[in-house]
Design a binder for this molecule. Structure first.
Ligand code: ADP
Ligand code: MG
Length: 271
């Protein structure tokens, strides 16, 4: 599926490195992809308290669309902030887009920031300027010339369905449109990964579904998507992979389902 893993494989099952990028696959099962996010025995504690995240290990492949579920206080936001490099892990290894976050040099940091688009729970939209200027700002910060920046901001606004509302201030937009604006601002630097923390929390179900549809559009063109939500109704309507977080532990729902059926099988096999 993704360009980087092109070396001809001799073994049907493999896992190997291209520089810092890990590729895994099983040709008999027909999957073959490069990893975008790798957590290996990651712990996070804030101060001396209990672990907000404990021994988290999981992979996300390039181009995946993943929901991060779990009750409030479970550790979802912590997980997303770690991926975005906004907070450091207490223990363990995190690799994002081929970079070990624990070993990031000052020079590599801006590349990570550009590779990961982040929409936090509090969108931090600036009400003292227009919607357009909110989207333009990250491009000015990363040093684009004004003509390119303007063209890109316009394209981003169009992609999220806000064309015609550029001159409004964020506060003059509906909740759904504010969320769209936060998305436009997060994708304007063309990140490989887009992370959204409870992006539908303040929206009715129909608006929430339309926001998920915007994320799907980006995912279709290759952006790896992670969406944290505690909204069970939203999750029930989609068949994507779910990383479930509870009490700081991360469970892959597919693994859980396999474990459950194995347990059920064992139970059935009992005399
Ligand atoms: N900055 C912080 N300082 C101390 N504790 C925190 C901080 N952020 C989160 N926590 C704690 O870590 C745990 C996980 O929080 P969080 O990742 O925000 O969960 P979720 O997003 O699933 O609601 C909670 O017990 C929360 O109180
Ligand atoms: Mg949260």
């Amino acid at each position: 599926m993704h360009h980087v893993c092109t070396r001809v494989q001799k073994a049907s099952r493999f896992s190997h490195q291209h520089g810092a990028i890990t590729c895994i696959g099983d040709l008999r099962l027909g999957y073959y992809f490069r990893l975008m996010i790798e957590f290996s025995h990651v712990f996070k504690s804030y101060g001396r308290g209990i672990n907000a995240l404990a021994d988290a290990s999981f992979h996300v492949g390039a181009g995946e669309f993943v929901f991060v579920s779990g009750p409030s206080g479970a550790g979802k936001s912590t997980l997303l902030k770690l991926i975005a490099g906004l907070i450091p892990a207490s223990r363990g290894r995190i690799q994002v887009n081929g970079q070990d976050l624990g070993k990031l040099t000052a020079r590599a940091r801006p590349y990570l920031r550009r590779a990961v688009g982040v929409i936090l729970q509090d969108t931090h939209l600036l009400n003292d300027r227009s919607a357009f200027d909110n989207v333009l700002m990250p491009l000015i910060v990363t040093g684009h010339d004004p003509a390119t920046a303007t063209a890109r901001a316009r394209a981003a606004i169009e992609k999220v369905g806000l064309a015609g509302k550029e001159t409004r201030r964020p506060i003059e937009l509906s909740g759904g449109d504010q969320q769209r604006l936060a998305i436009a601002r997060a994708i304007v630097n063309r990140p490989a990964i887009l992370i959204a923390d409870e992006p539908t929390a303040n929206l009715d179900h129909a608006s929430a579904e339309r926001i998920i549809e915007v994320f799907r559009d980006f995912n279709r063109v290759g952006v790896t998507m992670l969406i944290a939500t505690h909204d069970r109704e939203l999750l029930a309507g989609h068949s994507n992979r779910i990383l479930h977080v509870e009490n700081g532990r991360v469970y892959d729902e597919k693994t859980l389902a396999a474990m459950a059926s194995a347990t059920a099988g064992a139970a059935r096999g009992r005399p």
